[in-house]
Design a protein around this ligand. Structure first.
Ligand code: S2G
Ligand code: ZN
Length: 477
């Protein structure tokens, strides 16, 4: 039941205007949809500030009233990081959507948190520059959310996670003060690297309101290839050659299992097999890019593939001959997320392991899952070049969806145990949110949790910032 604390709603309206404090269910509904439907979300109200000054005043008021806040961007997260409850105020950054500046000489752009990622990608291109952060939700996710979860995506291999793309931040702290850390210097070695405390903190230490992002030369040339592979070890052998033989021009190296591609062919009309009539067990999507006009990427790719074929590492390959074919290859990769929605309920994992242990990880998790839930279908795919596998399980045909979902934590515990035993992580790129706070207790050392608790209590002693997310409840109360 919504907590109708109308006094604070009136005070919020005095800051940002009545029309930007949403209380009616029909208006707040859009902010309460959790992407995977795993969490219910409610709110006392949604407030839509227009500037960092308004965010600061809102936080100062909420601190004074001991009013919990859930900072929110595009709400595309998959771990419940922006889920709210009836006692909390959602502060959504969508109106902070200005591109404050682009520096073509310094290869940087200063942007506000509410900017949609795809809009920033196009703004960089309009300046003949490149913002490499790219992920499935880019059409609706906001850069503030990408920063808060340290999002990964498909170009981490060459450009790093979101964290690696940031030079400076502007943050409204839990006391309402604004930290202007909008540094655009590549070298600024002055004390603790504060920005990295807030990147990936999922709004639990403050509200990121703006950032200075690194930009790169625009890859006017890209060479995309769909490769058929016999096994995961062969994919890893291929990867180990990629960086050297393509001079680190590779930006993506994505693995897809037979189960994944067949599901995409079945459910996504625009997806067709690049190897019709031949049933290959694994596919790898490799993309190179460069900013020169000499076609270097295509030449490097052709030579690389010839050698790999001669050495028996790959079974087959289709090299995109034009932009359209390249886009068709990416359409197949991105379709793997969608097609799972047609396969019943899906238990999702986002883990990373050292590259040398990936083959063992995939073998062990597939056999574990199939012995735990006979008839389950394992979708093993993702950013293998980063050691990051999305190991998702689709409901067996003969099993009730709710009974299957009831196995979520039993199955993900097993997957996380296997990842941990192989030196891996239970969260590679999607973050913690609400979904994985239990894993923080299981896998983070007491020392790490104590450091995080000290930082949290130093910055947010009243725990008003996104309470219950990232750190296990009880740690901050
Ligand atoms: C991917 C997408 C996660 C999701 O496909 O690389 O990170 O469900 C995942 O949008
Ligand atoms: Zn991913």
């Amino acid at each position: 039941m919504r907590n109708r604390n109308t006094k604070i709603q009136q005070e919020l309206a005095a800051i940002t205007g009545e029309s930007h404090v949403l209380t009616n269910d029909d208006l707040t509904a859009a902010y309460l949809k959790e992407r995977r439907g795993r969490f219910d979300s409610e709110t006392m109200c949604v407030v839509l500030p227009a500037s960092v000054e308004e965010v600061s005043e809102i936080v100062r008021l909420c601190r004074k009233r001991n009013q919990p806040i859930v900072p929110q961007g595009g709400n595309t997260g998959v771990c419940g990081g922006a889920v709210s409850n009836a006692e909390s105020v959602i502060v959504n950054l969508q109106r902070l959507n200005r591109i404050r500046s682009v520096d073509q000489t310094g290869y940087t752009m200063e942007v506000e948190s509410g900017c949609i990622l795809a809009d920033l990608q196009f703004a960089a291109i309009d300046n003949d520059l490149y913002l490499p952060l790219s992920l499935g939700a880019e059409g609706s996710c906001q850069i503030g959310g990408n920063l808060s979860t340290n999002a990964g995506g498909v170009n981490v291999l060459r450009y790093g996670n979101t964290r690696d793309l940031v030079l400076g931040l502007e943050v409204v702290l839990p006391d309402g003060n604004v930290w202007n850390g909008l540094n655009s210097l590549r070298k600024n070695n002055t004390g603790y690297d504060l920005k990295n405390i807030f990147i990936g903190a999922e709004g639990t230490l403050g509200i990121i309101t703006a950032a200075v992002l690194k930009l790169f030369p625009r890859p006017v040339n890209r060479s995309t290839v769909m490769i058929a592979i016999e096994s995961v070890p062969d994919a890893l052998e291929l990867f180990s050659r990629t960086r050297k033989e393509t001079s680190d021009f590779a930006s993506s190296f994505e693995l897809m299992s037979r189960v994944c591609v067949e599901s995409a062919f079945r459910h996504i009309p625009e997806c067709s097999d690049f190897f019709p009539g031949r049933v290959y067990p694994w596919y790898v999507l490799l993309e190179l890019g460069d900013s020169t006009d000499g076609g270097i990427s295509q030449q490097l790719n052709e030579r690389f593939l010839e050698r790999a074929f001669e050495d028996g590492i790959i079974l087959d390959a289709v090299l995109a001959q034009n932009e359209n074919q390249s886009m068709q290859m990416w359409r197949l990769r991105e379709a793997i997320v969608e097609c799972q929605n047609y396969e019943g309920k899906s238990i999702k994992n986002d883990v990373s392991v050292p590259l040398s242990n990936i083959a063992e990880f995939i073998d062990r998790t597939i056999s574990s899952a199939e012995s735990m839930i006979p008839g389950v279908r394992s979708f093993a795919y993702g950013h293998i070049g980063d050691g990051n596998i999305h190991f998702n399980l689709s409901q067996p045909e003969n099993m009730d969806g709710d009974a299957f979902f009831d196995q979520w934590y039993a199955v993900t515990d097993e997957v996380h145990e296997i990842a941990d035993s192989l030196g891996g992580s239970f969260s590679a790129e999607h973050g913690i949110g609400l979904l994985k706070t239990r894993d923080m207790t299981r896998y983070k050392s007491t020392v790490e949790l104590d450091i995080m608790k000290s930082i949290k209590s130093a910055l947010d002693p009243d725990n008003i910032m996104n309470p219950g997310k990232v750190l296990p409840s009880g740690l901050c109360d």
